[in-house]
Design a protein around this ligand. Structure first.
Ligand code: ADP
Length: 480
């Protein structure tokens, strides 16, 4: 079976969040199952420069002019790369300029990704053709519309990694993108008077998924759907929408062989985790605190992640003598808020504003508790990484967080199932309660160790999820 994943990120060449991690791990896991999974990516500088021995596949005439399609292999994964320097050769984020303004030609930059996916499905590489085009997030969403406009030369699966980004543009672009004008329709890609690449995908894909079963249920509800509940409920009733959980790339996130952390460790020598805590505290200029827990957050700084609530309760945590370190970037107000507090509490807190992969490993390995108090969370990966590293997650019961962390209720502790701390509502009250509960558990180190062991023993390998996608592909291909 030939699968073409279409997306805008791929770890380690281009990453702004969890999408990149998934796009490296899922195709690799599928290839282990003898699926010929390949990826189509825009030729951003980080991608085009770091893939060695690329070969030219063909030139394609598109609405963006003539572009060149390359083929190369990165770390065993076959990649197709669209070379269109006028669109993609820009430093930094793939989505916006240095002032965080979206590029005003984003509709062309990402429509081209979908257009080329469809050209591959039509056979523009004479050696390989996908049976299924699997598009990810709005950037790849128009793949589904181009496939529909061409009578589906391949079947189409779409995965929502975050519904909060609908990919909206003015409707007058539809002609410019070589799509039939009839597609600008409520039964098509029209969404509240605009074009939405995400709506196009949900409308035209043969099947849509999202990245956890709970989030799949939540987005049927207007509270979480960002306006897409109508189309999603329809697809759900037609059995064309479901949730499949993301997992951990154990080649990248494994505490016993992680070259980025101070001291590798495993469940058998958990005491060595303490060296990572000490090293992190030293790196950040904080006093070593073996007797009190070190809290951390590694995250995009956005309203979604509930970090404003953390800002509100931090002064109380600091006054209680706790330690907290955050690695993140995003919303300038949040960046400023955390930096200000770190300035005020130099012995208890550190805020690193930035995005550094090795540091994210050191934060997760060195901390005792990783907080993910998200208002919504399609899957979330850091709480999975934390569990692998024996760092207990403290999360809100939503989306993939609800599916992957088992709260330390008395029953769960008694049966050795608990893996973290889960709270219900997006309020500082519930968040503070969860922190309080974690501090109580910390006092009984024997129980704490048991939670760490249960967390580290969770099976978060990609194999199960890769198999779920394969059965979905089979269903679509063979049952129509
Ligand atoms: P999202 O995709 O919504 O940002 P996820 O939890 O799914 O959230 O994935 C986030 C990914 O980005 C993880 O791999 C996490 O380690 C990484 N990450 C987030 N913020 C930073 C940062 N400031 N520096 C390094 N890595 C980060």
């Amino acid at each position: 079976m030939n699968i073409l994943h279409v997306c805008s990120e791929f770890f380690p060449l281009m990453k702004t969040g969890g999408l990149a991690d998934v796009m490296a791990a899922l195709p690799a896991a599928q290839r282990h199952l003898n699926i010929d999974a390949r990826i189509l990516l825009p030729g951003f500088p980080g991608i085009i420069k770091q893939v060695p021995n690329k070969q030219k596949v063909t030139e394609i005439n598109s609405f963006a002019g003539k572009v060149t399609l390359y083929y190369g292999i990165y770390d065993t994964i076959p990649l197709y790369i669209i070379d269109a320097p006028n669109l993609y050769d820009r430093p930094g984020s793939p989505y916006h300029d240095q002032n965080k303004n979206s590029y005003n030609d984003n509709h062309i930059r990402f429509a081209l990704l979908g257009y080329v996916a469809c050209e591959l499905a039509k056979g523009c590489d004479s050696f390989w053709k996908p049976d299924i085009v699997h598009a990810h997030d709005w950037h790849a969403g128009l793949s589904c519309a181009y496939l529909a406009a061409n009578n589906y030369p391949a079947k189409c699966v779409f995965t929502i990694h975050n519904i909060a980004f609908p990919g909206m543009f003015s409707p007058h672009h539809i002609r410019e993108l070589w799509l039939p004008e009839s597609f600008y329709n409520i039964e098509g890609l029209e969404f509240y008077g605009q074009i939405s690449f995400l709506k196009a995908a949900l409308y035209y894909a043969n099947h849509s998924t999202t990245v956890s079963p709970t989030y799949a249920q939540e987005v049927l509800n207007p509270r979480y759907s960002h306006g897409f509940d109508g189309i999603l409920q329809r697809r759900y009733q037609e059995h064309r929408f479901s949730g499949i959980l993301n997992r951990v790339d154990e080649n990248v996130w494994a505490p016993d062989k992680d070259p980025m952390i101070a001291q590798p460790y495993s469940v058998r020598n958990l005491r060595d985790k303490m060296h990572n805590k000490q090293a992190l505290q030293q790196e950040l200029g904080l006093p070593f605190s073996p007797d009190s827990p070190l809290f951390t957050i590694v995250s995009r700084m956005s309203y979604q992640k509930g970090l404003d609530m953390v800002l509100q309760i931090l002064p109380r945590m600091m006054d209680a003598g706790l330690q907290f370190v955050i690695l993140g970037q995003g919303d300038p107000h949040l960046e400023h808020g955390f930096s200000q507090l770190a300035y005020k509490y130099p012995h208890n807190m550190k805020a690193i504003i930035g995005y550094t992969e090795p540091q994210s490993h050191r934060f997760i390995a060195g901390a005792d508790i990783l907080m993910v108090p998200s208002r919504f969370e399609p899957c979330g990966l850091t709480q999975l990484y934390a569990q692998k590293y024996g760092t207990l997650p403290l999360v809100r019961r939503t989306g993939g967080l609800a599916d992957t962390v088992i709260d330390c209720s008395l029953e769960a502790i008694a049966t050795n199932q608990a893996t973290g701390f889960v709270f219900n509502d997006s309020t500082t009250h519930d968040l503070s309660n969860a922190i309080h509960r974690s501090l109580i558990l910390w006092k009984t180190q024997k129980k704490w160790r048991q939670l760490q062991k249960s967390a580290m023993a969770q099976d978060f390998s990609w194999n199960t999820t890769a198999l779920s996608y394969v059965s979905l592909y089979n269903e679509i291909l063979y049952k129509g």
